[in-house]
Design a protein around this ligand. Structure first.
Ligand SMILES: [Zn+2]
Length: 105
């Protein structure tokens, strides 16, 4: 009779015994992206903090977070939202930037 009770006890699973591998740090390394002067060819300027810059679109004045500072995303936005500007070169956006800065002054 005693045996039966013990067996029942030992058969109960102990799920709270976590393997040590799951205790590894889940800290995500935050990579701050730097603005590349080349991004202007996609129609983007940087604004904000130099160590964690954000992007500002020259064309529509929207701001993008630091995490969105990925060339492929910038390109995608330009092509999908501003197809008329997709074939413009850096010089075009630089002129736009100058005009924009004058407007802001
Ligand atoms: Zn836009």
């Amino acid at each position: 009779m005693d045996k039966y009770l013990r067996r029942k006890d030992s058969s109960s699973r102990t799920d709270d015994d976590e393997p040590s591998t799951s205790v590894t740090k889940k800290l995500k390394k935050v990579v701050k992206r730097k603005y590349d002067e080349d991004y202007i060819k996609y129609g983007f300027l940087w604004c904000g903090d130099e160590t964690a810059p954000r992007l500002q679109r020259i064309i529509c004045s929207d701001q993008l977070s630091n995490e969105s500072m990925v060339p492929s995303k910038l390109k995608l936005h330009l092509y999908s939202s501003h197809p008329s500007c997709a074939n413009k070169d850096k010089q075009y956006f630089k002129v736009l930037r100058t005009k924009k800065n004058r407007r802001n002054l």
